[in-house]
Design a protein around this ligand. Structure first.
Ligand code: ADP
Ligand code: DP6
Ligand code: CO
Length: 360
């Protein structure tokens, strides 16, 4: 007895946390950014999206369930674009090349994705989510595509997602081609280059944020004069300097640039009309603590020990080298005991590279 083949694949992708922030689009449909950005992919199990895709000739529509609840795939949406682009790659690179390959690009897909952490809370769920979606379809379709090629498609789901196709230290080059063909992610260094680098995720609030990244950054593009200064005169030098710092394993330079860029990102949010506040009192108290901790260390001639950065939400990510990570975590916990609703959790998390896992 023969049974119909099952075409299904699962992939998981981790979040990445930017040290040079992406904030602003020059093309909102293609998701082309106003500046390049650079991030560290967090190689751990706590902040991941896991996505299963199945193609079947009996399916009547492309459908997606996020955390068990169906999300409508509307015409012209980012989800629709990503799925369509992946089908196009399947046709062009597999089916047109090998006439015997099953015509999976003509089948509808059903996709189920789970985040093991809060969605839309400023912990980069759109990054791991769209990276896992693209990785699972790439596996389902057996695409001979590089991570940079897949990053071009993940970018059209959510800009930050393009960087989660790589582990380690990753740059998203803004590119200049209006088609977006050179706006992609590249590896700056693998995690193994600097395995001492750790990240502590301090979950201050895991509620859905008030202003989504997408709408917030567009308002900034339309109204903030400071953003124009940032993209023309600040980010290009910072991209070069932080890449140099990473390649030289220079934590002092890495920490200075990371904190300065987080500060400027939140300054352009405040410079937006009406202003956007992503940090809260607890976020600011953590900044004060890290600043004081570094001041004491610098006075002792020991250099920087910790670098904070905040995305579009109140949650702190603190980068620290392995030798200091325990002390930093204890310091934070001693000042901010885990009070529900105020300072919920500090996850001691190893950060660095992660290969996007895929399994059939
Ligand atoms: P975050 O700070 O969590 O990245 P965003 O506002 O940037 O918040 O994006 C949140 C949106 O990303 C969700 O509303 C959803 O549309 C999308 N998203 C999150 N996780 C997934 C996933 N696993 N698969 C597909 N889309 C996802
Ligand atoms: C502050 O990638 O979530 O985290 O492209 O509109 O989906 P869309 O936005 P998104 O923005 C991320 C903003 C950030 C900085 C960063 O990750 O670089
Ligand atoms: Co996001």
């Amino acid at each position: 007895m023969s049974s119909a083949p099952i075409y299904e694949a699962t992939a998981s992708a981790p979040v990445n946390i930017a040290v040079i922030k992406y904030w602003g689009k020059r093309d909102t449909k293609l998701i082309l950014p106003t500046n390049s950005s650079l991030s560290v992919t967090l190689d751990q199990d706590h902040l991941r999206s896991t996505t299963t895709s199945r193609a079947d000739p009996s399916f009547e529509a492309d459908r997606l369930w996020l955390n068990g609840k169906e999300d409508q795939i509307t015409a012209g949406s980012r989800l629709e674009t990503c799925i369509k682009e992946m089908k196009r790659l399947r046709k062009e690179t597999v089916e047109d090349v090998d006439a015997s390959a099953p015509k999976l690009s003509t089948y509808k897909v059903h996709i189920a994705s789970y985040n093991n952490f809060p969605t839309a809370a400023g912990l980069a769920s759109s990054a791991s989510g769209f990276a896992a979606l693209v990785a699972s379809l790439a596996h389902l379709y057996a695409l001979p595509a590089s991570p940079s090629t897949l990053s071009l498609i993940a970018r059209q789901g959510s800009g930050s997602a393009c960087r989660s196709l790589f582990g380690g230290f990753v740059a998203w080059q803004m590119g200049s081609d209006p088609s977006g063909s050179d706006s992609l992610a590249v590896e700056v260094a693998p995690q193994s280059h600097w395995p001492q680098m750790h990240a502590l995720i301090c979950v201050v609030n895991d509620a859905k944020k008030g202003t989504s990244s997408t709408s917030g950054m567009q308002r900034t593009v339309e109204t903030s004069p400071l953003l124009q200064h940032r993209i023309a005169h600040v980010v290009p030098a910072r991209m070069a300097d932080i890449s140099t710092a990473i390649l030289a394993r220079d934590f002092d330079a890495f920490a200075r640039i990371t904190m300065a860029d987080s500060n400027q990102f939140h300054a352009v949010a405040l410079d937006t009309e009406p202003p956007i506040f992503y940090m809260n009192d607890v976020s600011r108290a953590i900044i004060a603590l890290v600043v004081e901790y570094n001041r004491i260390s610098l006075a002792q001639g020991k250099g920087y020990k910790a670098a904070y950065t905040y995305d579009a939400g109140p949650n702190a990510v603190i980068y620290a080298l392995e030798e200091n990570v325990r002390e930093v975590a204890q310091l934070i916990l001693s000042y901010f005991p885990q009070t529900p609703g105020e300072f919920k959790d500090v996850l001691g998390i190893f950060s660095g590279a992660a290969d996007v896992n895929a399994e059939a």
